[in-house]
Ligand binder design. Structure first.
Ligand code: SF4
Length: 281
């Protein structure tokens, strides 16, 4: 059976999301890809890291999925955009690997985070892995842009303890220019999570000259504060760690001249969120 073949040939080893990965799943037949996406018994992972302290509460195991429907100009993992750049891995293999860390994760008040790419491109695999984690008593977090939030049923959401929701920019037109897509589905997902009292951590990347307009940030802050379920806002400084990937992939990178934000600019952005009554980190 193909899945067993893939599982034997693709050991799931902890590595770094900053490693450039290309075509690791390219030999998986298209029909198998469709089946995997259809039932979630197989997924595609860019990498699998352990010991992260910045991807959710406590210390996390992070599964980085491949596939994303957005094209954010500041994306530091453009090699995750294509599904076939990932390692094909069966749900059984992923759960088995996760199980190795279950005791350590509990001791360190951590859990599993599924990030990407955009995890909801493979929502059935993601939900199955979340459920497997839950059965092991492991806390579950998803880091998502929320665009495909409507793919998750209310029952699916029960398997996710925390949603880390990326809100990129407030102005709808600039959102389209920055990501290639509309902001409305993300906001609708946030409102749905709020209605179900499911916790959110908002993630906002501060890019000088692109997302640092304080009025625009205030729009995100007002929205997040009104939801009532946003536990914290992570303001993340733009960096150039992914630049080499754009260049190696032959993609046009438009932010080559942009420096990371200064401490002062970071503080200004954080204070906008704090003034709206939100916790920032
Ligand atoms: S949503 Fe995330 S993975 Fe997708 S393009 Fe934007 S930054 Fe990259």
């Amino acid at each position: 059976m193909h899945e067993n073949k893939v599982t034997r040939e693709a050991p799931l080893e902890a590595t770094s999301p900053f490693v450039l990965r290309v075509d690791l799943g390219k030999d998986v037949p298209e029909t198998d890809v469709r089946t995997a996406l259809g039932n979630g018994d197989m997924g595609f992972l860019h990498s699998f890291t352990t010991g992260s302290a910045v991807d959710g509460p406590g210390v996390r195991v992070v599964a980085w999925t491949t596939g994303c429907m957005w094209r954010c100009r500041y994306c530091h993992n453009p090699d995750t955009w294509t599904l076939s750049n990932g390692i094909p891995v069966s749900i059984a293999k992923a759960a088995e690997e996760l199980g190795k860390y279950r005791h350590g994760l509990k001791i360190m008040s951590g859990g599993l985070t599924i990030s990407g790419g955009e995890p909801l491109m493979q929502h059935r695999f993601v939900v199955k892995l979340m459920r497997a984690a839950r059965e092991m008593g492991i806390h579950t977090t998803i880091e998502t842009n929320g665009f495909y939030g409507a793919r998750l049923t209310d029952e699916d959401l029960e398997a996710i303890d925390l949603v880390m929701l990326g809100i990129k920019i407030w102005d709808p037109e600039r959102h389209k220019q920055l990501t290639g897509e509309e902001i409305d589905p993300t906001l609708a997902f946030a409102r749905r999570l709020a209605a179900g009292r499911r916790p959110i951590w908002v993630r906002f990347v501060l890019v000088p000259g692109l997302t640092d307009d304080l009025e625009d940030i205030a729009g995100i802050a007002r929205f997040a504060a009104e939801l009532g379920n946003v536990e914290r806002v992570d303001v993340l400084p733009f960096h150039q760690l992914g630049r080499f990937k754009w260049e190696r992939l032959g993609l046009q990178y438009t932010l080559g001249e942009v420096d990371p934000p200064s401490a002062e600019v970071m503080e200004q952005a954080c204070s906008v969120f704090r003034e709206a009554g939100l916790n920032t980190f």
